[in-house]
Write a protein that binds this ligand. Structure first.
Ligand code: 1PX
Ligand code: ADP
Ligand code: CA
Length: 556
């Protein structure tokens, strides 16, 4: 392959040592000059190579600026004493801020300051890097930010002001910030009031509940403007254009964790700044042709529904409420009877028992994206034929369950780093339907504990998992008369009335659906996965930290 010309190459001073600094092939690199070769640089920064060579792709440069030269200069956050001689021979300087990878998917913003012998050269470096940054068209310039001041440990506002806003301003991103005053403030503002044309993205500071508000606002707005009826379960929904960033400040933070690999505000801010993009599947939930909600992480009936119902009364406890309610629900050991029917996903590459996981650049999700663009070209007639074919493939299971969970992503979170369904994909157009049948407390505990270890939580006789495109659930008390004897149907009528009047006490026979942390008002639901309906400022979990992966193979 033809070698591209160097855009710039100079010998510059860094921490009193001469480095050969180059900008070529969209990469900024600097390495010890032979004279300085014996004194090796140390520290695990981005792209560190063992012989004192460093490189940073331009796509991971946050900003560049000319810096005042002092006899003391600040590199890597530490004050360095610069010799008078160096300050004399290299009196001009510029500083590059870039993404520095730490352990466990954590990103940090590091600074490196190069000293130049003359002002023109310094200016040329700054201008050339700035021009290269301007070529990156995927970066957001103007963002709409919603902060939930009451999410998680109530630190949302502080986290944004102290950790995120300074990074946005360093990257020259302007923002309109709204601190929410009530639940659904962000959703309603996005649905009707916000002038979305002004923005390159929406950011929410909070937990999964805040993210849920944002997608509800954006999806509803997009469907209304496209003339799509959200109440019709058969409608193909129109994808949203604006990307969404999540600054984690909630209790579970599963959507952030499963799309970035860590729940860390600075890491998320940096993914927003570099303009990453990760598509996400969204489930629509309907009851009798009435739209209820969207879900991107967990739809759980039985155990996770009951945990949520109980934990809502303990909000004052913060994130710990889930552990207390989890223990209580575990000890209560309720089971629920009903019918689950589902449409297995057949034309996809993965299965829920795969050892490989969804990672940045996932080929399973790419294959689904390709199919999605093919599907768009299908005519109406073909769709009808496909619908008829689908009818024959539905499977039905009637049983007693401890839990019915649908995970449209892994649901990895600090409580369970591999998640509810470790092999689920972010953007493959499917959800993993996990059915946990009635079993002993001890067996259920074994299943739960496996979420926190390497052991397979599905490898148990009372657990099954199916990768599905659609599913329905009908609790026993809602089943049609034809499936029940007269006595049962009498009960059904009674319990149905009682659901709407919880005071009579029959509600104990039912659970509620936990839909991304919100309780659904109906137990009989119909769910459909919409492939890649929204996009996040994320890239999926990176397989290897880059410093384990030579990023400049030609450098040594
Ligand atoms: C014994 C240890 C068992 C650990 C099992 C952990 C499984 C965790 C899977 C969590 C999936 C989370 C999916 C995300 C849901 C969120 O959308 C949603 C809303 O989040 P937000 O409040 O941040 O807005 N979060 C939730 O619904 C919370 C679910 C968390 C459930 C934690 C359950 C803990 C169970 C503890 C059982 C203890 C049994 C001990 C017996 C001795
Ligand atoms: N200003 C506010 N006052 C009260 N509730 C709010 C406010 N802003 C958002 N909410 C609601 O708070 C709930 C929890 O928010 P979230 O950010 O997910 O925190 P957590 O992860 O702790 O549950 C969400 O359902 C959201 O709709
Ligand atoms: Ca999926």
């Amino acid at each position: 392959m033809e070698k591209q010309p160097k855009l710039l190459s100079s010998q510059l001073l860094l921490k009193n040592r001469l480095f050969e600094v180059t900008l070529q092939r969209a990469t900024l690199s600097w390495k010890d000059t032979p004279a300085a070769g014996r004194r090796r640089a140390s520290g695990g920064i981005n792209g560190t190579l063992k012989v004192g060579s460093y490189c940073v792709p331009v796509s991971e440069i946050i900003a560049v600026r000319e810096t005042e030269v002092d006899s003391r200069t600040k590199d890597d956050g530490r004050w360095q004493k610069m010799s008078q001689a160096s300050a004399g021979t290299h009196p001009f300087a510029f500083t590059v801020s870039y993404v520095d990878r730490g352990s466990r998917h954590r990103w940090r913003c590091s600074d490196v300051t190069f000293h130049c012998p003359d002002g023109a050269l310094c200016h040329q470096w700054v201008q050339t890097i700035k021009e290269q940054l301007l070529l990156l068209t995927n970066r957001p310039k103007h963002l709409l930010v919603y902060i939930n001041p009451f999410g998680g440990k109530q630190q949302g506002k502080r986290i944004y002001e102290q950790k995120v806003a300074p990074l946005f301003s360093r990257a020259s991103i302007s923002t309109d910030v709204i601190v929410t005053e009530r639940a659904n403030h962000a959703r309603d503002h996005l649905r009707t009031d916000a002038d979305l044309k002004k923005y390159d993205g929406v950011v929410c500071v909070g937990g999964d509940g805040m993210f849920s508000e944002v997608i509800h606002g954006l999806i509803s707005r997009t469907q209304r403007e496209a003339g799509v009826d959200e109440n019709c379960p058969e409608e193909k929904l129109v994808p949203c254009d604006l990307r969404i960033g999540i600054i984690p400040a909630g209790s579970t933070d599963c959507i952030c964790y499963a799309t970035v690999g860590v729940n860390d505000p600075i890491t998320s801010a940096l993914h927003i700044i570099v303009g990453d993009s990760q598509a996400l599947d969204v489930c629509s939930v309907h009851h009798n042709s009435t739209f209820l909600r969207y879900s991107v992480s967990l739809l759980g009936y039985g155990f996770y529904g009951d945990v949520l119902t109980d934990s809502e009364r303990k909000r004052w406890m913060g994130p710990a409420r889930y552990d207390i309610s989890g223990l209580k629900t575990f000890l209560t050991h309720n089971y629920y009877e009903g019918t689950v029917s589902f449409l297995p996903a057949t034309d996809i590459l993965g299965t829920p028992r795969d050892k490989t996981k969804c990672r940045a650049g996932c080929y399973v999700c790419q294959d689904s994206e390709w199919r999605l663009s093919e599907d768009k070209q299908l005519c109406k007639l073909d769709e009808d034929v496909l619908d008829q074919e689908e009818d024959g493939r539905w499977q039905v299971i009637r049983s007693k369950f401890l839990a019915i969970n649908a995970a449209s992503m892994s649901c990895a979170c600090p409580r369970s780093p591999k998640g509810l369904s470790p092999a689920a994909h972010l953007a493959d157009g499917t959800a993993d339907l996990i059915l946990v049948r009635k079993c002993s407390r001890l067996d259920f505990l074994r299943h739960l504990l496996r979420h926190t270890s390497k052991d397979d939580q599905f490898d148990l006789a009372f657990v099954e998992v199916h990768r599905v495109r659609r599913f329905r659930f009908t609790p026993k008390h809602c089943e049609s008369d034809s499936e029940l004897d007269l006595k049962e149907s009498g009960k059904k009528l009674f319990s149905h009335i009682c659901r709407d009047h919880p005071a009579c006490g029959c509600a104990t026979v039912n659970s509620n659906w936990n839909c991304d942390g919100e309780i659904l008002q109906h137990a009989a639901i119909e769910v459909r996965v919409h492939c890649q309906l929204v996009k996040l400022f994320a890239r999926g979990i990176e397989e290897l930290p880059v410093f384990e992966d030579p990023c400049c193979p030609s450098a040594i």
